[in-house]
Design a protein around this ligand. Sequence first.
Ligand SMILES: O=C(O)CCC(=O)C(=O)O
Ligand SMILES: [Fe+2]
Length: 305
Amino acid sequence: MIPVLSYAQLTSDPKAFSEALGTACRETGFFLLADHPVPEDLVAGVFAHADTFFSLPSDLKQPLSISNNPHNRGWAQMGTESLDDTSVQTDRKEAFNVGYDLSPEDPRVLAGEPFRGVNVWPDLPGFRDTLLAYYRSVHGLGVRLHDAIAMDLRLPADYFVQHFTEPMATLRILSYPEATGADGEIGAGAHTDYGSLTLLMTDGEPGLQVRPRGGDWTDVPHVPGAFVVNIGDCLMRWSNDTYVSTPHRVLPPRRKRRSIAFFLDPNPESVIAALPGTGEPKYPEITGADYLRSRLDATYKPDPL
Ligand SMILES: O=C(O)CCC(=O)C(=O)O
Ligand SMILES: [Fe+2]
């Protein structure tokens, strides 16, 4: 049900790759991506730095809190997020977000443009360089996947490139503590992602499930080294509902579980309007920034006192 695509096929047989990707994007909105160019040791490096960061005492993480950050960067402590906005239950996880990296002197940062902020960093050797190297690598991969999407939608192959030059992409490391068995506990509540594409790396500990339209919750299989890729709401809207974003959740894991999500949203000023050839527009135009802001505002609750 969740197909496994080989990224190498995008070079060897682009037509077959984009067709397989198009089918996955129309049907489940999820696929696994094997044989990709993101180095294994870079993935291992991010997991190792994530473990070091999350095991720091709270008083060292608190100054980096995402709650004080207008640009969706920093540490989301346990109990502050509820991805299922119909639930009062908060997610049992902590996370740390890295956005598109800009210097404090960048004119857009100085002007306070939405999503154009600086990253915040813990004082851990190698953390920043490793996370930024991963960010660049997965950003590149995500843009190439949009070439295949463009081909599937009968658009010029480089159609999306202009929309992802300096994207509102977020690299998010996540850590889910082992379940306590308490009633109603959830790792990440049922939700759809907000952006265009999400590329997720997991550590193999089960918990991630998807609920295809008209179906039941189903485990996402683990293929070592492969990305779990899914369509977000922004691409669903952009494709005028040709592609589907699919609800997913993370059950409280039996053992601590870690994952690395990369949410690829477009440039803030990109205008999201029904793509050519997708029929009568179902949604009004909106900028990438306005769309993402409206979705984030629904997710965060204030820090507990
Ligand atoms: O941790 C995971 O496996 C998935 C997390 C997720 O779906 C999200 O943060 O949007
Ligand atoms: Fe998600």
